[in-house]
Design a protein around this ligand. Structure first.
Ligand code: PMP
Ligand code: GLU
Length: 397
């Protein structure tokens, strides 16, 4: 008999991680699976960053770290905010964690009380709604329409705010849609937030360097709401460091202190060696970001071109990140043999089992009409996968 807390029993497992695992399991059985599920750069961590970690090991950097992260790393992050975003944060306002996922959990747990509402524009990254549930908060899902690039407007946010609203979660460039909020759209949202001092914006900017058209804009630039904004970011995507598990946040001092307290009880602090590597990532040669961006741009064009050749699929054009989020619901109700497609989950299972491509159901992101495809893989694999997908979809009648 299981005796789990209600808190954990009601938590859904991460759908992105689950589909990644399903793809890997099938691969382990000898099936030639193309994995377009989990969102992680397929590049190796650049050599100069790995060298910094090796040096840290050789220099016996093997002791506990300070709870909010090493001062050198927090200084490097403050310098990054100045250099790249023209934002002024002191190192004391920065807390380093085990990935941006951990930073988000800290912020949500430190802000949200039981019954507090958190506005989550959908489609949203799978983890947001679950972390809000963990904090016993209430998710207020605001659905963005495909016609508006899945974005929500300041007006829609304003309508959703109630006396119980504690936070709004923004993600730009977006996982799963690749949509990006413009400076004008962010300023309009900031003007709404300004009217509600109890409302905080948690802005997830982990894909800030992966942009195909316009430059990334942050809502953190509007000084009139500076005390209400928390920026979450990390080294996972920009520097191909997903497994090193280093993320960070910049926040008002009171919130940074609270997150440090929480982290001191939960994880002590993020891994010492990984922090040394992150210092080099942020302070060292930045050309790796551009090199990877060239590949991501080319892969995005390729994915879009091939996807458009598949009938019955509608998609917005991603402006950033490395995902496309096509609408596939025109196939719901269709069958191939004894397989009937009713949901995005069915669609993804069909693609996995018939075409051997792993993708993620839109349901997990709050958008049941779509599926998520990650194009953070080679041109050859993208071409092969899109061909397989076209063929499998053609069987649906
Ligand atoms: N936010 C978004 C939108 C993401 O896609 C990811 C990727 N896992 C994260 C946060 C977390 O990144 P990490 O924990 O690897 O830093
Ligand atoms: N952000 C990635 C994704 O959405 C990594 C998986 C995860 O951290 O859940 O696929």
């Amino acid at each position: 008999m299981e005796h789990l807390s209600a808190r954990i029993a009601s938590l859904s497992p991460s759908a992105t991680m689950a589909m990644n695992q399903a793809g890997q399991d099938l691969k382990a059985k000898g099936v030639d699976v193309i994995n377009l599920s989990v969102g992680e750069p397929d590049f190796n961590t650049p050599d100069h960053i790995k060298a910094a970690a090796n040096k840290a090991i050789n220099n016996n950097k093997s002791f506990y770290p300070p709870a909010p992260g090493f001062p050198e790393l927090r200084e490097a992050i403050a310098a990054k905010f100045k250099r790249e975003n023209d934002l002024d944060y002191t190192p004391e306002q920065i807390v380093v964690s085990c990935g941006a996922k951990n930073s988000l959990a800290n912020v949500i747990l430190c802000l949200v009380d039981k019954g507090d509402e958190v506005i989550v524009p959908s489609p949203y990254w799978v983890t947001y709604a679950e972390q809000v549930k963990l904090a016993e908060g209430v998710n207020v899902i605001l659905r963005g329409a495909i016609e508006n690039d899945f974005k929500v407007s300041a007006k829609e946010i304003e309508k959703a705010i109630t006396p119980k609203t504690k936070a709004i979660l923004l993600c730009s460039p977006s996982n799963p849609t690749g949509a990006m909020y413009s400076k004008k759209e962010l300023e309009e949202i900031a003007r709404v937030v300004e009217k509600h001092p109890r409302v905080h914006v948690i802005t997830d900017e982990i894909y800030e360097h992966i942009t195909f058209k316009d430059k990334h804009e942050t809502i953190g630039q509007f000084d009139f709401i500076k005390d209400q904004v928390v920026i979450v970011n990390g080294v996972s995507k920009a520097y191909a460091m997903t497994g090193w598990r280093i993320g960070y946040m910049a926040a008002p001092l009171w919130l940074a202190k609270a997150c440090t307290k929480l982290q001191g009880q939960l994880i002590t602090g993020p891994t010492t060696i990984a922090q040394m590597a992150a210092i080099e990532a942020l302070n060292g040669d930045q050309s790796c970001i551009q090199d990877m961006l060239v590949a991501f741009k080319r892969r995005k064009e390729l994915t879009m071109k091939l996807l458009k050749e598949i009938p019955g699929i509608e998609t917005s054009d991603p402006e950033g990140a490395f995902y496309v989020f096509p609408k596939v619901s025109s196939y719901y109700g269709k069958s191939a043999g004894n397989r009937k497609i009713e949901t995005s989950q069915d669609f993804c299972i069909y693609l996995l089992e018939v075409a051997n491509i792993a993708t993620v159901p839109g349901e997990a992101f709050g958008e049941p009409d779509c599926i998520r495809i990650s194009f953070a893989t080679s041109d050859e694999k993208i071409t092969d996968a899109m061909g397989r997908m076209k063929k499998a979809i053609a069987e649906l009648k």
